[in-house]
Design a protein around this ligand. Structure first.
Ligand SMILES: [Zn+2]
Length: 116
């Protein structure tokens, strides 16, 4: 699924470049490059797989938990399993729908194994 891309000047704030609010992707520039687009498409599929609301609730819960653990907003954002999966998949040209929808679960499992 290709999202509806809306280019704006001030949303999201510059440090984020783009944000997916299903079914739209807001981008604060004139043109998204392929990597950025693939990253946001992964988020669209994550949102669909969790019936949209579930994605946002989990995303917020992961971010708050990460903030408590890392005490660093950038690290807390980067360590959200949805983001870890999207950053990993954004550089691949052919990504399966399965990887886009449940790849974030693998990120949680990998993290658990790493910590043992
Ligand atoms: Zn992202």
């Amino acid at each position: 699924m290709i999202p509806v891309i809306i280019h704006t000047r001030h949303f999201p704030p510059k440090r984020f470049h783009a944000i997916t609010l299903f079914p739209f992707v807001f981008h604060n520039g004139r043109k998204m490059d392929d990597t950025e687009l693939r990253h946001e498409i992964v988020h669209v599929w994550q949102e669909i797989s969790l019936l949209i609301v579930g994605f946002y609730l989990l995303y917020l819960a992961f971010w708050i938990a990460n903030l408590i653990v890392y005490r660093d907003s950038e690290k807390a954002y980067r360590e959200i399993p949805f983001e870890r999966s999207a950053y990993k998949l954004e550089s691949q040209e052919n990504v399966s729908r399965r990887d886009m929808t449940i790849g974030w679960l693998r990120e949680i499992i990998r993290r658990e194994k790493k910590q043992r």
